[in-house]
Design a binder for this molecule. Structure first.
Ligand SMILES: Cc1cc2nc3c(=O)[nH]c(=O)nc-3n(C[C@H](O)[C@H](O)[C@H](O)COP(=O)(O)OP(=O)(O)OC[C@H]3O[C@@H](n4cnc5c(N)ncnc54)[C@H](O)[C@@H]3O)c2cc1C
Length: 495
């Protein structure tokens, strides 16, 4: 996947693409892979870097939909179970089974969760992961030695899926590239092209060179998550729905807070939210929150009360209590919720994805989950084929292997850090083959250094940027500017 050769192809291309996809998160990349693997011509335009938005800031779970069971939404449970199984089959290098302990401090709840999860396991049939187990106090402590044992009555272990979100995004991008999709990061859609009231293309700006491109397509798909309304407004100011971003933060702490590979799940905290402590890449993620915000930002800012909420609740369920000074990184994602008006409360707004087709034929897809990105993309492309009157070709992604971009990496080379693996070879690989342009692209989404440990990321950044500069033939000024931008960004991940 190479940006310069894609630019050359774009400049030479005089034909009309079948699909123009705006946004390079889970939704846009999923659409690019679905359409390109069916044999359609596809271009994808991402304003910043692939997965720079919400798609690198999730809880990293491939949910089998157990939460829908309590609400009786069996259709959603099956969809999530099916997609979890497909994702595990097609990207086994990224999707793993993970166990969670639901600690029980009263017997009634322990049995309630156990029988609920037993039923879930039963209906999951061949799609199920390992079966849930009911545990006494001693066994619960063997699984999770650091769960708060005061008044503990045991608990229930159940299994779900876990992945690395932005690595999945990059691998989907690479798979789309193999299927001849033309992908661009740092390419911002600035306006839409219309002909006789029909949407026919976009004007995009290469934010690196400032060059502008008019790109024509049979179908234009708006997959810009919390930014969807800005693209919808380019199409028509008629659309009244409001996209209310709901913010979710995660804190990253040392693995000593959990010990072992089993996480903790608290189904209902003091204010009715779910709390996770998830082992991930040799660290532990604590999250998350659900706070409505007014304006979407690409780098959202965590609120102090969100940080306090997570720490206070984690302290209740862990025997080694995480404090502010233990937090190595904090990252913030925004859920795009489609609300009827500004008064709607977060919990009342549906989390199901929505496909909105405008009078001009612009297809906007908003919301959903990483777990079901493939199915969502299939539905969006099916609908778009219909509207744009392209010849119908069936989706093949249910059986399409996702490319492992790091399959040939030799991990015996020296790492720049002891906290995580990042070698010179890997940095060169990210630049040459994965379209890493800026320091942040490597530190945040190709590797996950920034998400794991800010201080360590800051200390290795000068070396990383030096290797990048050599590979990209950039001067000292570029290095200094990259470091300046990066240090500014790290302030958002520090508490
Ligand atoms: C806190 C939190 C935790 C979550 N945890 C999970 C989980 O554990 N499991 C799960 O399955 N799901 C989870 N989700 C949901 C999942 O992360 C999202 O559904 C998914 O990432 C949304 O992807 P997206 O592509 O729609 O949006 P985004 O990832 O935000 O992508 C939109 C992209 O559009 C780009 N863009 C905007 N404007 C333009 C423009 N003018 N031109 C070009 N590009 C543009 C942006 O730069 C951005 O990259 C979580 C969500 C949150 C907020």
């Amino acid at each position: 996947m190479n940006r310069s050769s894609n630019l050359k192809l774009l400049k030479e291309n005089k034909s009309i693409f079948d699909f123009i996809i705006i946004g390079g998160g889970a939704t846009g990349l999923g659409c690019a892979l679905d359409a390109s693997s069916r044999g359609y011509s596809v271009i994808l335009l991402e304003k910043f870097d692939f997965c720079k938005g919400t798609s690198s800031k999730s809880t990293k779970l491939v949910h089998g939909g157990v939460r829908y069971l309590e609400k009786g939404q069996i259709g959603l449970v099956y969809e999530a179970l099916k997609e979890r199984a497909i994702l595990k089959k097609n990207a086994p290098h990224l999707v793993k089974q993970i166990g969670f302990l639901i600690p029980a401090y009263n017997y009634l709840l322990k049995f309630y969760y156990f029988f609920g999860l037993k039923f879930y396991h039963f209906i999951s049939g061949s799609l199920s992961f390992d079966k849930p187990q009911i545990l006494n106090k001693e066994t619960a402590l063997k699984f999770v030695p650091n769960v708060n044992n005061e008044r503990l009555k045991g608990g229930v272990i159940f299994f779900d899926g876990q992945f690395d979100d932005s690595r999945m995004g990059i691998d989907i991008a690479l798979s789309s590239d193999i299927n001849k999709a033309l992908l661009f990061n740092y390419m911002s859609v600035e306006s839409l092209i219309k002909e006789n009231g029909r949407s026919k293309g976009v004007v995009a700006e290469d934010t690196l060179s400032k060059n502008k491109f008019s790109i024509n397509g049979a179908s234009v798909i708006n997959a810009t998550g919390v930014f969807s309304k800005s693209i919808m407004d380019m199409d028509s100011l008629k659309y009244k729905a409001i996209i209310r971003p709901s913010q979710g933060i995660h804190l990253v702490v040392d693995k000593k807070f959990l010990k072992g590979n089993i996480g903790i799940l608290v189904p209902k905290t003091s204010d009715g939210r779910i709390l996770f402590a998830v082992p991930w890449l040799d660290h532990v993620i604590l999250g998350t929150t659900d706070t409505l915000v007014d304006t979407p930002l690409i780098d959202p800012i965590p609120f102090d009360d969100e940080i306090d909420f997570i720490l206070e609740n984690a302290q209740k369920y862990m025997s080694i209590k995480p404090k502010r000074e233990d937090v190595k990184s904090v990252f913030v994602g925004l859920r795009p919720l489609v609300a009827r008006d500004m008064k709607s409360k977060s919990k009342d707004i549906s989390r199901k994805h929505k496909i909105i087709i405008s009078d001009s034929g612009l297809v906007s897809v908003i919301g959903g989950k990483w777990t079901t990105y493939r199915r969502m993309a299939e539905k969006v492309i099916d609908k778009s084929i219909n509207i744009s009157k392209l010849d119908y070709k069936k989706s093949v992604t249910a059986d399409l292997q996702i490319n492992n971009g790091l399959i040939n990496i030799d991990y015996s080379k020296e790492s720049l850090s002891k906290c995580f693996y990042l070698s010179e070879d890997l940095i060169i690989h990210y630049v040459r083959n994965e379209m890493a342009i800026n320091l942040d692209d490597i530190m945040s989404r190709r590797s996950r250094c920034l998400f794991l440990n800010i201080k360590e990321s800051i200390s290795i950044a000068p070396k990383v940027v030096e290797i990048m500069a050599k590979e990209l033939s950039k001067n000292k000024e570029w290095e200094e500017e990259q470091l300046r931008q990066f240090y500014k960004l790290t302030k958002l991940y520090l508490i």
